[in-house]
Ligand binder design. Structure first.
Ligand SMILES: NC(=O)c1ccc[n+]([C@@H]2O[C@H](COP(=O)([O-])OP(=O)(O)OC[C@H]3O[C@@H](n4cnc5c(N)ncnc54)[C@H](OP(=O)(O)O)[C@@H]3O)[C@@H](O)[C@H]2O)c1
Length: 430
C-alpha cells in the first residue's frame, strides 16, 4: 500500500493498549475503508522500564519532543490524560502540523477553544469522540447526524462510576459508602473517586456537549454542580414510592432565555428511558425541534469501547488526509454565551424535612410555599422513631431556582422545622 500514515501515541495505559489492539486486529478493515496503512512509530510513556507489548516497528520514549517534532509523524493520538502539561505537548504538536485525536475530556472541557484555534491556524484536525461517553458516538451524532436540527435539550448519564453506585444503592438498599468501597474493589471507581462522585467528570462532558449542541461557548464554571455523596437510602425509597428513580443526570437546556447546564442527583419518572440505564452504562437523551426525542446508549468507558472511538477518529483523519480537506472539522460557536439566571432556571423540586408533630404545622409550611406561588404535585408524611416528630416529603410543580431557594431558607428558619434533609431536582410532568 502506497499511503502510509504514521502515528505517535501519547500514553500506553488502558486506552493506549486498546488502540494498539484495535489497529492490529482490524488492520485489513481499516485499510479497506481508508486506503491507508497505519503505523505507530513512537509511544510516549513515563516509565520506560515497565514491560510492554508493542508492534515490532514501534519505539518507546519518555521525551515528548521525540514525537511532536518528528517530521515523519502525521497524527498524534493522546491517551495519557492530564491538563496543563498535555496542553503544552499538543500545542507544540499542532505547531508542527500534526493532526490530533484525544480522549481527554478534562483537557477539551477546559482548553478546547485554544486547541481548536491552534488547529485552525495550522490547518490540523482535532477529534475527541472518546472524551464523552466512551463507546457512544455522541459527538459525531451531534456534529453530523443531527446537524440539520436545532437541539434544545440534552440529558445524560455520562459517568459510569456514579451510575453504578446509584444502581446498587437502589437495587440492593445499601448505603453510599459501602457501594463506593465495592465499586473500588471491582475497578469501577478510582482510588480517589472525587471527580466522579462530586460530579466534576460529568460536568466536563456536559460542557463539551453543550458547546457543540447549542453552538455556544459555554464554560465548565457555569455548570451547576452537585454530586451524589449526600444521597440516602431513605430518599431512594421515597422517590420510588412517588414514582421516581434518582440518577446523577447532566441536563443542558437552551431556550429564549439562554442556556443552563446542571449535573445533580435528579428524580426521573420510573418509566423514563434513562431510568432503566443501569450499572456502569451511559446514555444521552437528545431533544431536537424536528427529530423529537432520541436516545443513545452504550458503554461509557473501558479499554476497547474507548479505543474504538479513538481509532474511529483516527479513521476520520485518514479520510480527510486522503481527501485533502484537513483543518475544516470545527465550526466556531454561532451564538454568544448567554447563561440563565436563577430566576430563569425552572424545574420541579423534591424536599424532605423533619418537623414538629403539632397542630398548625402544615399550614405554616404551606403559607411559606404560597408566598412564593409554589404549589405541590405530591406530598407524603410519616411518623419517625423520634418523639413528636413527622417526616415530610414534597414534590412541587415547576418553580424558579431563586423562589425555591428563598422558600427553603424561610422553612429552615421556622422553629417547628427540625431539619431539611434533602432537596433534588425533579424531571417530568408539569
Ligand atoms: N479508561 C477509560 O475507560 C477512559 C474512557 C474515556 C476516556 N479516557 C481518557 O483517556 C485518557 C487515558 O486514560 P487511561 O485510562 O488509558 O489512563 P492510564 O491507564 O492511566 O494510562 C496513562 C498512560 O499515559 C502515560 N503517561 C501519563 N502521564 C504521562 C506523562 N506525563 N509523560 C509520559 N507518559 C505519561 C502512562 O505511562 P506509564 O505507562 O509509564 O505509567 C500510561 O501509559 C485519559 O484522558 C482518560 O480520561 C479513559
Amino acid at each position: 500500500m502506497n499511503n502510509t500514515i504514521t502515528v505517535g501515541l501519547l500514553g500506553l495505559g488502558t486506552v493506549g493498549s486498546g488502540v494498539i489492539e484495535i489497529l492490529r486486529d482490524h488492520k485489513e478493515r481499516i485499510e479497506h475503508k481508508t486506503g491507508c496503512h497505519v503505523t505507530i512509530k513512537s509511544v510516549l510513556v513515563s516509565d520506560m522500564k515497565k514491560p510492554r507489548e508493542v508492534p515490532a516497528e514501534t519505539q518507546l520514549t519518555d521525551q515528548y519532543q521525540d514525537i511532536t517534532r518528528d517530521p515523519e509523524i502525521d497524527v498524534i493520538v493522546e491517551v495519557m490524560g492530564g491538563i496543563d502539561h498535555t496542553l503544552t505537548i499538543l500545542l507544540e504538536a499542532i505547531e508542527h502540523g500534526k493532526h490530533i485525536v484525544t480522549a481527554n475530556k478534562d483537557l477539551v472541557a477546559q482548553h478546547g477553544e485554544q486547541l481548536f484555534e491552534a488547529c485552525q491556524k495550522h490547518q490540523c484536525d482535532l477529534y475527541y469522540e472518546a472524551s464523552v461517553a466512551g463507546g457512544i458516538p455522541i459527538i459525531r451524532t451531534i456534529m453530523d447526524g443531527l446537524s440539520s436540527d436545532r437541539i434544545h435539550k440534552m440529558m445524560g448519564i455520562v459517568n459510569g462510576t456514579t451510575n453504578y453506585i446509584m444502581t446498587k444503592m437502589a437495587q440492593d438498599g445499601v448505603d453510599f459508602d459501602s457501594v463506593l468501597k465495592e465499586a473500588q474493589e471491582l475497578g469501577f471507581a478510582e482510588a480517589d473517586p472525587t471527580a466522579d462522585v462530586d460530579g466534576l467528570d460529568a460536568a466536563r462532558k456536559m460542557t463539551i456537549l453543550s458547546i457543540l449542541g447549542f453552538s455556544m461557548p459555554y464554560r465548565l464554571e457555569d455548570v451547576d454542580l452537585k454530586g451524589i455523596r449526600g444521597i440516602s437510602s431513605a430518599d431512594i425509597m421515597y422517590a420510588e414510592e412517588m414514582g421516581y428513580r434518582i440518577k446523577l443526570i447532566g441536563i443542558a437546556e437552551n431556550d429564549h432565555n439562554g442556556v443552563s447546564v446542571s449535573v445533580e442527583p435528579t428524580m426521573l419518572p420510573i418509566q423514563h428511558p434513562l431510568s432503566s440505564v443501569n450499572d456502569e452504562y451511559n446514555a444521552v437523551y437528545v431533544y431536537g425541534d424536528a427529530v423529537g426525542e432520541t436516545m443513545f446508549y452504550g458503554p461509557g468507558a473501558g479499554k476497547l469501547p474507548t479505543a474504538t472511538a479513538v481509532v474511529s477518529d483516527l479513521i476520520a483523519i485518514l479520510k480527510n488526509i486522503r481527501l485533502g480537506t484537513t483543518g475544516t472539522a470545527y465550526v466556531q460557536p454561532q451564538f454568544p454565551k448567554q447563561v440563565k439566571t436563577k430566576d430563569e432556571k425552572i424545574s420541579k423540586k423534591y424536599i424532605r424535612l423533619h418537623v414538629d408533630d403539632k397542630a398548625g404545622m402544615l399550614s405554616e409550611l404551606t403559607n411559606i410555599f404560597a408566598q412564593y406561588d409554589i404549589s405541590f404535585d405530591q406530598f407524603i408524611q410519616r411518623s419517625t422513631d423520634e418523639e413528636g416528630e413527622r417526616e415530610l416529603m414534597l414534590v412541587t410543580h415547576q418553580v424558579s431556582e431563586s423562589d425555591f431557594e428563598k422558600a427553603a431558607q424561610d422553612l429552615d428558619s421556622l422553629a417547628a422545622v427540625r431539619n431539611i434533609d434533602s432537596i433534588y431536582r425533579v424531571e417530568g410532568g408539569n
